[in-house]
Write a protein that binds this ligand. Sequence first.
Ligand SMILES: [Zn+2]
Ligand SMILES: [Zn+2]
Length: 895
Amino acid sequence: MNKKDIIKKFSAEPDRYFKVKLFEEQGFERKSCSKCGRFFWTLNSSHSLCPIDAEDAYSFIGNPPTQKRFDYSQAWKEVESFFVKNGHTSVNRYPVVCRWRDDLYFTIASIVDFQRVMGSKVVFEFPANPLVVPQTCLRFKDLENVGVTGKHFSSFCMIGQHSIPNSHGYWKDECIDLDFRLLTEQFGINKNEVVFVEDVWEGGGSFGSSLEFFVKGVELGNAVFTEFQGELGKHSELDQKVIDMGAGLERFAWITMGTPTAYDCCFGPITSQLIQKVGIDTDSNLLTRYFTAIAKNSESYDDIFVARKHVINDVGLTDEQVNRIISPLEGIYLIADHIRTLIFAISDGALPSNVGGGYNLRMMLRRIIGTMDRLSLKFDMNEMIDAQIDYLKNTYPELEETRQDVKTIVSIESGRYEGSKSRMQKMVSKLKQKPSVDDLIRLYESDGITPDYLKEMKVISEIPSAFYSKLSELHQSAKKKEQYALPLQGLPDTDLLYYGDDPKEFDAKVLKSFDKYVVLDKTSFYARGGGQEPDHGKIAGFVVVDVNKHGDIVVHELQGGMPKEGENVQCVLDSKRRDGITKHHTSTHILNSSSRNVLGSWVWQHSAFKEVDHARLDITHHSALTDEEVAKIEELANSKVKENIPVIIESFDRGAAEQKYGFRIYQGGMVPVKSVRIVSIEDFDIEACGGTHVKTTKEIDLIKITRTKRIQDGVVRLEFVAGQTAQDYVKKHAAELEEQSAEQAAKEERDKIRERMKEQARKNIPVLLKEISQISIGTTKLRNIEVITTKSRRFCWTKNDRYDEYFHINFGEKLVKANPRAVYCGLFDEGGTVRAIVYSGEEASKDNKAGDIAKAISEILGGAGGGDARFAQGGGKDKSKKDEAINKAKSMVLE
Ligand SMILES: [Zn+2]
Ligand SMILES: [Zn+2]
């Protein structure tokens, strides 16, 4: 649908779509901008330009239009008290990690809080009507603007004013009346300054008119009236019309403070502290001129750096002024903004990584470090986190709980970045030409090299605007599951017996039977889902090998034959299999909470798999687990098993469950139904889950973690067994351990004996030498040493393993010294090789050089050897050739 067509149609009928009671009562005039043609409503009849094109845009900088001054947290207090006194419920912010929608990583607008998926449709679920919420929203699309334009943030507070028109809620007239009074009565803005601009909104198949409200050129809020669905012209009114008014809290603070940038009044004392630390001379006249101009012109150019250049020129800043004042200020603003975003994201359970939404957070932190390095700023990360939380907790007290966790994650992640810098440096030095946007994306995706780092290294001068939006798009949409289509039209939803009495034997009627698939009117066979594997068993005597859900219809896959349609069949579950799977499923819940308790608040279930005899749980965690951590998790889990806690399953309205238990319940992802099944193990673990569970934890008997592994950046896998499988595992493991230690003991004993023999052999050298000296011609064997004596030679050798290197060297040397005609050859094993030591006596060495002998036998052993005439060494790897080697030496000496 084309937005232009909608606005054309709506603006042609302003009375119907835009004119609200307030305009009539107050006498607002409708005008068309003489520059851009936009229609706007104003009390100031001299206006001919819309607020975007108006001359006085951003003139509040240095000259705020209010008597009262409110910073970020005071501004929220004002907004909240206004709406509460006008009948609204103030709702706490929702997490910035959007766990209730599977198509978004982060909460990008306040209305997202109340959007839930129902089958394939998005519906609204409001915890109160009307309501107001200070929703922190994360947006990473235009990061290059953050810190530069004075008004762009990577996270900001969207004041959400939401209403469904019914007996409690209101529609357009009251909405605009409230917004007007908020600005004029609560904030004290002169009513002549408030301008409403006509616009439309469309998305997700619905659309409606909207009124944007501006003061001094700044859009403070946008009231969207979501009213229609379908194609324009063929559209119809929605059953559930919604008011979606979103306003930027940061801008409310800014307009009352009139500071050069919104950053100066939205981070509490943090920006001024950092500015002081660096010692930037903040000439307010210069800053007012510069930041008014950049705020006004930031959207006039496609590239923010082109806009910046023009503004610097127009305002007449010197390079020196830019380097000394503007650049460091931009760096400080960026750092303050990015830290705040990290605090919210990490507090709500997101981890920096190279996958999914985590990449944005890694990018944030690397930009902070890169900016500090580039500008030589030395800020302490922990101090900045403390200062931010100290300030933010006025509005968001829950951040106090995760203060330490945020520091832990930031410190680990900073360490990783520092550790990878030298590798990055090498890669950057190999870059031959200026990288394109695609090159930049590849460098970041595959090597973690951020464009900020390249800027710091002076490879690029500026980051192309397209980079962040392109990268953001790549990571925006989550994967959609594919499901093959089966001919199931017209079939009713299957009655799921496993959520009721859960009989293990039951009779059912075959509603459809095709290929190898059977659909029954009811079933107790659990269909694969939530990581739980399906039940097996028999239907009409045929084996059930798989069970899957298609929408709300359960399809059984059979083997060996098929029942006929219309037949009544007997069904029997493999209850032993079900039992094993069930124990593993409840154990997954227990281990998940145990891991979070032991490791930190950032632990969430990433995914899980439960089979009859094993299971795995993937959790979000920054590093591989240590043995100590594994032991602690296992110990806590088993203590919960021993406590025999009842596992309670209750059905809740989805909204009520969220309000009661918070978003921790979505460990297995979002739930696309209105009524959620809450499985609770006291308050230790509470999850929305559609699986089967034990009645009390003691049934599990035992949980044993068999292996853990870091499977991807930010995700650790725990493989485990429960119940009988765990007992068997422990027994088998104990037996293995015993066997291993027996083997070890035997080996130690053997080693000891060998050592003793070697020692004995050394001691025996003098005796042995004496005995050998008394031998006359012939062949003798003495203590495993062969002695062959001829008229002219005596050849002694041994390969017995009681003799070591020490023995061969001492014995050989003394032997040939005592008998100049003797030759000695000793072989012994060392590691994987055979070594040879050869001595030749003074006379023998004339014909039989030790070196020649060593060389010859080493060749046979598959190695090399050498030495001089009297002493040589060698060896090789072929232990089977020891005898051949000795025979060679023997023939060399004796023949
Ligand atoms: Zn205009
Ligand atoms: Zn579960």
